[in-house]
Design a protein around this ligand. Structure first.
Ligand code: SF4
Length: 360
């Protein structure tokens, strides 16, 4: 296909020098692909370097402590990626003698690896002809062939893959996949695609029809679920409590301030709301934490601030309260640890909590 040759030639002349492009080590390619999911290249680069420095090969990652991995991952979000990274490293080390499998079937059995990541590993590390279909490539194909199928509906993947499977024949698979992704990232951008410098503008149906701003098509998403988190910064001198989130939910195995989740937003009248007034509103929550706060509170309670934090499928409405204790409290809560500004650095925190602590 002539348009494929034009794209690959353009790529060879314009590629960005990224560290995972100059290696065929499946470990480093896998690592980069997991980091780059939901993450911009510029932000991902520093995490990639940090991981490769701390864990230069899959065996060293397999031997790592989960808390250490989560700490290094802190700030990237979607922490299940980091937990799966560790699980996969252990599996590859134990079951595959430390060598990344080279078949689609085996790779898809590894935690956190879907069709796109598997194809990227198979093409970049083993040069096998699997097209890697990410958001950039969806956009290029939608426009090049004027396809109006919603790209966020799983059932439409096959139509895009059919086209890509034809395009990848007879060219270097790694170069082809890199070229398609680079074209989407640098030229065929979501807004204002740079059609005047595009190597395939002569073949592009969407450009000819003048409908590039309407493509790709995305189906409307379900509204985000709203949650109301009330965090308590329970402090005495320079110490305060953190609690490990152990339940299967967002931020699993990360540390946060003691939390009471409510079904509705609390009504806060002023900064020094009466402790009872706030706790009355927490009546629907009958948990140990509320009792502990009550006991510790000869103390003073102060409302500090609210932060709205958006995740892919959830809207977290967080309120932060300070509980100033008159003596060091002794909570009998599971997974509760007493830290200070220095020692808390050893624990992985959701970025929401990190930002709050940095704002104090
Ligand atoms: Fe994208 Fe424009 Fe190139 Fe078409 S001509 S592929 S819309 S950049």
């Amino acid at each position: 296909m002539q348009n494929v040759l034009e794209i690959v030639t353009w790529y060879k002349n314009n590629l960005r020098d990224l560290p995972w492009r100059s290696t065929n080590d499946p470990y480093k390619i896998w690592l980069s692909e997991i980091i780059l999911q939901q993450t911009q290249v510029n932000q991902g680069l520093k995490y990639y370097y940090a991981f490769v420095e701390q864990y230069p090969d899959i065996q060293s990652l397999a031997n790592a402590d989960e808390q250490e991995v989560l700490k290094l991952w802190q700030g990237l979000g979607y922490y299940s990626r980091a937990r799966n990274l560790l699980k996969t490293a252990v599996l590859v080390t134990d079951k595959h003698q430390g060598i990344f499998p080279n078949t689609m079937e085996e790779i898809l059995k590894l935690p956190g690896i879907g069709q796109y990541t598997a194809s990227a590993i198979l093409s970049f590390a083993y040069n096998l002809p699997y097209p890697a279909l990410d958001g950039n490539v969806f956009r290029v194909i939608s426009r090049l062939y004027n396809i109006h199928l919603p790209i966020n509906e799983q059932k439409n993947r096959a139509a895009f893959l059919d086209i890509l499977n034809e395009m990848i024949q007879g060219v270097d698979p790694a170069q082809f996949n890199n070229a398609m992704m680079e074209l989407g990232a640098m030229v065929c951008k979501p807004d204002n695609p740079k059609c005047d410098i595009c190597p395939v503008s002569a073949y592009c149906q969407s450009k000819a029809l003048g409908n590039t701003s309407q493509l790709p098509v995305k189906a409307a998403k379900a509204a985000k679920k709203k949650r109301y988190f009330n965090f308590f910064y329970i402090k005495y001198n320079d110490g305060f409590y953190l609690i490990k989130r152990s339940e299967s939910d967002i931020w699993q195995n990360l540390y946060q301030l003691p939390l009471i989740e409510t079904a509705h937003d609390l009504d806060i009248k002023d900064e020094f709301s009466d402790l009872k007034d706030v706790l009355t509103q927490l009546q629907e929550v009958n948990d140990l934490l509320k009792k502990e706060i009550l006991v510790s509170a000869a103390s003073e309670l102060r409302y500090l601030n609210s932060i709205k934090h958006l995740l892919t499928h959830q809207e977290i409405n967080a309120k932060f309260f300070e509980v100033n204790c008159n003596e060091q409290p002794t909570f009998k809560l599971e997974n509760c640890i007493w830290v200070n500004a220095d020692s808390r650095q050893n624990y992985p925190l959701p970025i929401l909590i990190e930002k709050f602590l940095l704002s104090l």
